[in-house]
Design a binder for this molecule. Structure first.
Ligand code: G1P
Length: 296
């Protein structure tokens, strides 16, 4: 069996949910406290033993490349000022190599993954979506890689969601279940609540066999008029069994404003740098907010 050494991070989306912030800045660069969201995704891949990452970018995404590049001027400046802790934070990692390819037109997630086919070649690979941050003892994608090593089949990370949210996710219909592992019967991209076969939602983590590329090549547009990865995986499931694995750990949705705000507050509460100050701040803000309500 071939090892999973390469990962694709699609980052070509337009970020319309965060406009105007994302008019001139990639949404993947929006920071949770002091780190861009894409940094958390790269870190997860690194901690999972991935050696090469290809980021699929698009128009206006240069800041991502600059972020992962060496910045000699800045490094010199920090060295001169003796700011060694900061220096460590901005130096590119040596354990993982990052490569880039541009998606020419925004044609959907399936097309973005297909753009990386030549880089991946004939190997199984991981896909990590930037809208989901997974925090777990064993990193999210590592959990899937470990399952892949047992099954030698494509596998998708899922979690249970409330029924009224099915329209935001790819939903999995399961055939058989053993512990956290399901064999997939069918996948549906963003079904309405009434049409959803379950509440098991795809969480933006996949390990796929390269057979997916031929399917993506002629995949017709699906939900939202876009070429959907979910639809191609559904067809892959007719050729070889696809599995779903209920990921352990907390998942943070940074793909919409409310989820982003919640993640920021949650990460701030856990951050030892702030030691209790965030709780205090939240209490003060709530008090101020409530007293204003009374005045009104
Ligand atoms: C994508 C996938 C969807 C998945 C979701 C997870 O949708 O198409 O199947 O459930 O990511 O975040 P998007 O949120 O990019 O529309």
């Amino acid at each position: 069996m071939k090892r999973v050494k390469k990962a694709i991070i699609p980052a070509a989306g337009l970020g319309t949910r965060f406009l105007p912030a994302t008019k001139a800045m990639p949404k993947e660069m929006l920071p949770i406290i002091d780190r861009p969201t894409i940094d958390y995704i790269v870190e997860e891949a690194k901690r999972s033993g991935i050696e090469d990452i290809i980021i699929v970018t698009g128009k206006g995404k240069r800041a991502i490349e600059d972020h992962f590049d060496k910045n000699i001027e800045l490094e010199d400046n920090l060295i001169k000022k003796g700011k060694h802790a900061l220096l460590e934070k901005i130096q590119p990692s040596s354990n993982v190599e990052i490569h880039y390819i541009r998606q020419k037109e925004p044609r959907g997630l399936g097309n973005a993954v297909w753009c990386a086919r030549k880089f991946i070649g004939d190997e199984p690979f991981a896909v990590l979506l930037g809208d989901d941050i997974v925090r777990a003892e064993t990193p999210g994608i590592k959990q899937l890689i470990m399952q892949f090593e047992k099954l030698d089949s494509s596998i998708i990370g899922v979690q249970e969601i409330p029924i009224e949210e099915t329209e935001r996710y790819g939903i999995v219909e399961s055939d058989k279940k053993q512990g956290r592992l399901h064999s997939v019967k069918k996948l549906v991209e963003k079904p309405k609540m009434e049409a959803a076969p379950s509440t098991l939602a795809i969480m933006g983590r996949y390990v796929l066999t390269p057979a997916i590329f031929d399917l993506l090549e002629n995949q017709v547009p699906g939900a939202g008029g876009e070429i959907q990865l979910t639809d191609a995986i559904n067809r892959l499931n007719e050729l070889e069994q696809v599995y779903a694995y209920q990921l352990e750990g907390n998942r943070y949705d940074v793909g919409d404003k409310m989820g982003f705000l919640r993640t920021t507050v949650d990460f701030a509460l856990e951050n030892s740098e702030f030691s209790g100050q965030v709780e205090q701040m939240l209490r003060e803000l709530l008090e101020k907010y409530h007293s204003r309500e009374v005045v009104r």
